[in-house]
Design a protein around this ligand. Structure first.
Ligand code: FAD
Length: 447
């Protein structure tokens, strides 16, 4: 008996899944595969919060595949080896997947595709995670974009994103499924200690909850999004970022349903920033390590003060809005966008800590941490990135709190009065030191 494998990666869903659709069209039994690849060179190990999310999202996907007649096989190891073993074990004649856009992932996928085809196995990839392929959006001169507004204008001038594919009701599986690891064996959940209580209280990973969240957001919050999206206590944003990160819902579904709900351009343009971050990563695979604007290599980062970094991580800097954000992050695996900008700016420009240290902490603690959005946004705040905030725009966290949390609701929720500590730095002095350090960048040749 032959079969077709759908290799799930950052697309843990059944609806609007082009690879799954193609497998169903092949009229062969369909087997789902997920590979936990912590071995292939260049693959960045998942952070702790991401591993927690992945565990639960895979559990949900496996159940949904089973309910419809198929199965999800879990295997661990270097993807190149595992996929070819799976093809052999399943007697597969085809492997389908939705594309990934990180540098090492692309290299792996290309090698796998070539290897499979050499062996006479059909291998096809599809577009499922981005509205526009990064290479399709081009400047008049045929190159990539480095500024958001013309990038987004170019995206909007392309044919509209295709309509989402319906969710299959039945997914015929094989008579006997190839052996699978048990999800629990992968140890994705924290045990000693189990720090995931706040995550459990906050989230329900999986496609059904993602769909429900989209419906709720469109019905209740889309109308006030433009006005209230910057207020961390307003609950006005979609909270779809981990859903999009793990592909529990596709950007096509979000796009079309938001447009149908009368969705404002502002919300759609946030999806555009996500596209822009991936466009940037596609063209600069080293985004998490290297300054995009190379003149920032001249920035004289002082020697790291571990106590400062630690205070920031744990929400004990004495700056209430910063501490509130860092505590929200630690507890829920999420932080509101405005507060992400403020906490990142504080680390980089008041504590003078290299943006890469902050990016690493977010990578480990965010449930939505992804290879493009996280480093892209850190570089945006640092001033070294694409279409970035100018370095000298240093957020004043006290003024930000007055403006966006005027009744102190957000701060009070996360930092009780009796836990407030003295500021570890003086905001005005540290701002001055940052601007002095920036003089080195101004003098460096532009890269
Ligand atoms: P909404 O306001 O409802 O926006 C809808 C969707 O648009 C989001 O789900 C997200 O996919 C996308 N989006 C919104 N803002 C941005 C943005 N600035 N850049 C790229 N995409 C955006 N977002 C991540 O998804 N993963 C990350 O690892 C990540 N790291 C960040 C680090 C820093 C320092 C900063 C300043 C921002 C980061 N963001 C990241 C962007 C943004 O903060 C989150 O996407 C947003 O807060 C998610 O909440 P939401 O889904 O309610 O957003």
């Amino acid at each position: 008996m032959t079969s077709t494998i759908v290799w799930f990666r950052d697309d843990l869903r059944l609806a609007d899944n082009p690879a799954l659709r193609a497998a169903l069209d092949s009229d062969e039994p369909v087997i789902g595969l997920y590979v936990l690849d912590e071995e292939s060179p260049g693959i960045r190990p998942l952070g702790g919060a991401a591993r927690w999310w992945l565990h639960h999202s895979l559990a949900s996907l496996g159940e949904r595949l089973r309910e419809r007649g198929s199965t999800l096989v879990l295997r661990r190891g270097a993807a190149e080896r595992v996929v070819s073993e799976m093809v052999r074990d399943a007697g597969a004649t085809a492997v389908f997947w939705n594309r990934r856009y990180g540098g090492p992932e692309r290299e792996i996928d290309t090698r796998i595709k070539t290897g499979l085809r050499d062996d006479g196995i059909e291998a096809q990839s599809f577009s499922g995670s981005l509205l526009h392929e990064p290479w399709e959006v081009k400047t008049g001169g045929g190159t990539h974009f480095s500024v958001f507004t013309p990038f987004w204008r170019a995206c909007l001038a392309l044919p509209a994103p295709r309509a989402p594919l319906p969710e299959p009701r039945e997914i015929p599986g094989p008579g006997r499924a190839p052996a699978s690891d048990a999800l629990d064996e992968w140890g994705l959940l924290p045990t000693k200690p189990d720090w995931a209580e706040g995550l459990r209280e906050t989230w329900e990973p999986g496609e059904p909850a993602a769909r429900q969240r989209l419906r709720e957001f469109l019905a209740d919050d889309l109308g006030s999004y433009d006005r209230a999206r910057d207020e961390p206590s307003a609950g006005a944003t979609s909270l779809l970022s981990p859903r999009l990160r793990w592909g529990e819902i596709s950007p096509y579904t979000v796009w079309h349903e938001a447009v149908e709900a009368g969705g404002g351009g502002r919300f759609l343009s946030e999806l555009g920033w996500r596209e822009f971050a991936w466009h940037t990563l596609f063209h600069f695979p080293d985004l998490a390590e290297k300054n995009l604007r190379r003149e920032f290599d001249a920035f004289p980062w002082p020697r790291l003060k571990p106590s400062h970094l630690h205070a920031w991580e744990r929400g004990r800097t004495g700056i209430p809005l910063v501490d509130a954000g860092m505590r929200e992050l630690w507890h829920t695996g999420y932080m509101h966008n405005r507060v992400r900008m403020v906490t990142a700016s504080f680390l980089i420009k008041n504590l003078l800590v290299d943006w890469r240290r902050g990016e690493e902490w977010f990578w480990d603690t965010l449930v939505d941490a992804d290879a493009a959005n996280n480093p892209f946004n850190w570089q945006w705040v640092a001033g070294s990135g694409a279409d970035a905030a100018p370095y000298f725009r240093i957020f004043n966290p006290e003024l930000q709190a007055k403006k966006f949390d005027p009744k102190s609701r957000y701060i009070d929720e996360w930092v009780p009065q009796d836990e407030r500590v003295e500021p570890i730095v003086d905001l005005a002095e540290s701002r001055k030191a940052a601007l002095e350090a920036y003089e080195h960048v101004k003098r460096a040749p532009r890269g």
